[in-house]
Design a binder for this molecule. Structure first.
Ligand SMILES: [Zn+2]
Ligand SMILES: [Zn+2]
Length: 193
């Protein structure tokens, strides 16, 4: 069942604003770490894209949907997505981010918020991975709001044209689903395997 576009717009917009506000908070709290904090934010976002690609590649390549524990939690969502790429646009927030939240719990507990630059990196990495399936969903949505489209065009988040490469072929390239920035690296490294 398709939910009203207005509600989805509010969800998507809220998420985006939340991320901007998070960055603003970090900026304010760690004023003396400004440049280091900015670098940690970018590094966290970059690392999330790399991890999204590695987890996606692993899930597309190894094990089966019937494998105990990880089959249902990890393998099945990725395989299901190949059979029905548009299905992701019908997933609710919990379905989109629940698995990520579960996997990120140890990461969030790894460094306390007051651990300076490391804390900023952890927060950026975790929030970026939480946003990954939402960004992935936007790449499959026929219509997105203007802000999201602008971010896609600027290649700051996964552009639909870039991600289409994964679905167009044999699902053996363009695994990264946060920004797609790390695909130039993963496509070279993983193709050899
Ligand atoms: Zn996809
Ligand atoms: Zn895939």
């Amino acid at each position: 069942m398709r939910r009203p576009a207005g509600i989805r717009w509010v969800e998507n917009g809220s998420l985006l604003v939340f991320m901007v506000l998070t960055g603003w908070h970090i900026w304010g709290l760690e004023a003396r770490l400004e440049w280091a904090a900015a670098a940690a934010l970018v590094a966290g976002y970059l690392a999330a894209d790399l991890v999204s690609g590695l987890v996606h590649w692993f899930s597309d390549t190894y094990f089966e949907e019937r494998t105990p524990v990880i089959g249902r939690l990890l393998i099945q969502p990725f395989r299901e997505h190949h059979r029905d790429p548009a299905g992701i646009t019908r997933h609710g927030a919990a379905e989109l981010t629940g698995n990520s939240a579960l996997a990120l719990l140890p990461v969030m507990l790894w460094g306390p918020p007051e651990s300076g630059v490391l804390g900023v990196w952890i927060l950026s990495f975790a929030l970026s991975l939480m946003a990954t399936n939402v960004i992935h969903r936007w790449a499959h949505a026929g219509e997105v709001n203007g802000v999201v489209r602008a971010l896609q065009r600027a290649r700051l988040i996964l552009p639909p044209e870039h991600h289409a490469r994964h679905h167009a072929g044999d699902h053996r390239s363009a695994y990264c689903i946060t920004s797609g920035w790390c695909d130039w690296l993963l496509d070279r490294v993983l193709r050899r395997g």
